[in-house]
Design a binder for this molecule. Structure first.
Ligand code: CMC
Length: 512
């Protein structure tokens, strides 16, 4: 108790603004053991890695290096200066001038930050269909052209020539890595892949039938219980570390959630395996056959799937992460909020929903019936994996995914082959149907990703977890970008109130 007291009072002296503060801690003796999530650094001393590689990863190439410091500056985007003005005429004839902002690409934006001061009015835009919520330099989508760029690079080029982990580096640091940088980055990620053993206890508490996304919301959020006090979210180096920890620990925890849900023993990551190989190893290793090797086709396909899903500008889950982070919340908790948002079938859950829909369609002759259901305004059914808020053309990720799906199909079992042919026929019919044509509804990435994942042997309720694994880099980069701004404004939309206005209170005995 005394130690508690002393510790608490010494904490009072620390500056509060820059770091989180523990609110209560009952087990201070364990504190030093659980504070740091970087377990890889500790055990690496005993590893038998060749000396040369060990040296390069320990040389602190990124965190704190001058090269990163200058890049970090470049990566903090600024609101551009207004290029033009426009006039808004109010009902009483008053004219109000508003600035117009122009980014490097995409539609110009009317700057309404001072609209309320100038007019006493707000804007109304449920679902943010025409509202820019931030400046960003990470990802750009041209929905009309069907184009997607990560840091200026076309998604097709990245998918053809890069790996997912290379893409993570690009998203995180703004540039593609050279060979040494990539090797060092991979090592840094591996250093963080282990999770604290105490986290394993969390998995015992879940309902055995729990959806893995439910587990992931919890365990990623639970990482904040290991890294909270002392984490300085205003320090770029610490934000970078959080980013690396998240992308490193996500596959480990995702695989743990799968293994424990089916009663298989947990498998740890291995330093000799790549990021993707490690995930597959932790998911599928057979405890009775440790010499089994990882299928390279599976590794390549999964790598591409992750790369295609890595970031997608201000979608629902990313905006959720940003809004959560705008209150200066713990970043691990913010990513957990993103996972929750991704889970829904209108977003990341569409890959699972699409495979379930294709299974439900079952036969070619049923396709017209399902197309009719999708067009029927009184039926909530929608073609899963079709349509997108931004793409009004073919989703470029879907093109890559469709190609991959056809490549993988050569080795497919008959059931998946049939599912692919139903998907192709459904797409053909829909793309000729006036309903889909006039609404510019095209297949999105999830139309084909589910079939590929199914063929890879990924259990259906892990599909959205794979999406979340991929999107973690996007979420954390967007969070980092927001936190690098000078004045982060808390996300706080307005509302058009249509409820009762003030009315007289009725005591309980007088109510009908
Ligand atoms: N099937 C049938 N009709 C559709 C579909 C669909 N999949 N998607 C949109 N529509 C219709 C919709 O009924 C509406 O018709 P109307 O103008 O007559 O009212 C019109 O197209 C516009 O749709 P919306 O719902 O206003 O568009 P939105 O931008 O709000 O929604 C969406 C986008 C992705 C939620 C929606 O297209 C959808 O529910 N698609 C199916 C789910 C899906 O595949 N989601 C994955 C998105 S891509 C992966 C990701 O980024 O998460």
């Amino acid at each position: 108790k005394l130690r508690n007291k002393i510790n608490r009072s010494s904490m009072e002296d620390k500056p509060v603004s820059n770091s989180f503060r523990r609110q209560s801690h009952d087990n201070l003796e364990d504190e030093s053991k659980i504070q740091d999530l970087s377990l890889g650094h500790f055990i690496k001393r005993f590893s038998t890695k060749p000396k040369s590689r060990r040296k390069s990863s320990e040389s602190n190439t990124f965190i704190g290096s001058p090269a990163v410091k200058s890049r970090i500056k470049k990566l903090a985007p600024q609101v551009p200066k207004p290029t033009e003005k426009c006039k808004l005429i109010l009902p009483d004839g008053t004219e109000v001038e508003l600035n117009i902002l122009e980014g490097k690409a995409g539609p110009k934006m009317i700057d309404i930050r001072d609209l309320y001061q100038k007019t006493g009015m707000f804007t109304f835009d449920p679902g943010y269909t025409a509202t820019g919520s931030c400046v960003s330099s990470i990802t750009y989508i041209d929905g009309d052209k069907g184009e997607l760029l990560y840091r200026g690079y076309k998604i097709q080029d990245l998918a053809d020539h890069c790996t997912f982990i290379e893409t993570c580096f690009l998203l995180l640091y703004g540039e593609l890595p050279n060979k040494t940088q990539l090797e060092d980055f991979e090592e840094k990620v591996k250093d963080e892949m282990l999770v604290h053993e105490k986290l394993k206890d969390f998995f015992k508490g879940f309902n055995p039938k729990a959806h893995p996304m439910a587990i992931m919301c919890s365990v990623i959020g639970a990482l904040s219980s290991f890294v909270h006090e002392g984490l300085d979210i205003d320090d770029p180096k610490e934000r970078e570390k959080v980013a690396i920890q998240l992308i490193a620990k996500f596959p480990t925890l995702a695989a743990f959630s799968f293994r424990t849900s089916i009663g298989l023993p947990i498998v740890y990551p291995r330093r000799d395996l790549s990021y993707i190989e490690n995930f597959l190893h932790m998911m599928f290793s057979d405890p009775m056959n440790t010499s089994a090797s990882i299928d390279p086709v599976m590794t390549e396909a999964l790598d591409k799937i992750l790369l295609l899903h890595a970031d997608h500008e201000q979608n629902a889950s990313t905006s959720t992460v940003r809004i959560a982070g705008s209150s200066r919340a713990n970043p691990f908790a913010c990513i957990s909020a993103g996972i929750a948002s991704l889970w829904g079938p209108a977003h990341g859950g569409a890959n699972q929903a699409c495979v379930e829909m294709l299974e439900q369609i079952g036969e070619f002759e049923n396709i017209p019936k399902f197309i009719a259901k999708a067009k029927d305004k009184n039926d909530p059914f929608r073609i899963m994996g079709f349509g997108h808020r931004v793409y009004k053309n073919y989703d470029p990720r879907a093109s890559v995914m469709a190609k991959m799906c056809k490549k993988v199909v050569e080795n497919m079992d008959t059931q998946n082959q049939k599912m692919l042919s139903i998907a192709l026929e459904l797409e053909r019919i829909a793309l000729e149907d006036e309903y889909f044509v006039t609404r510019k509804l095209y297949p999105n990435v999830d139309f084909y990703s589910g079939i590929v994942l199914q063929e890879l042997g990924i259990p259906i309720d892990m599909f959205t977890v794979i999406f979340a694994l991929a999107r973690t880099i996007g979420w954390v980069c967007q969070w980092k970008e927001m936190m690098s701004e000078e004045n982060v404004k808390i996300g706080r939309p307005r509302q058009l109130y249509v409820g009762d206005t003030e009315r007289e209170f009725i005591k309980i005995e007088d109510r009908d």
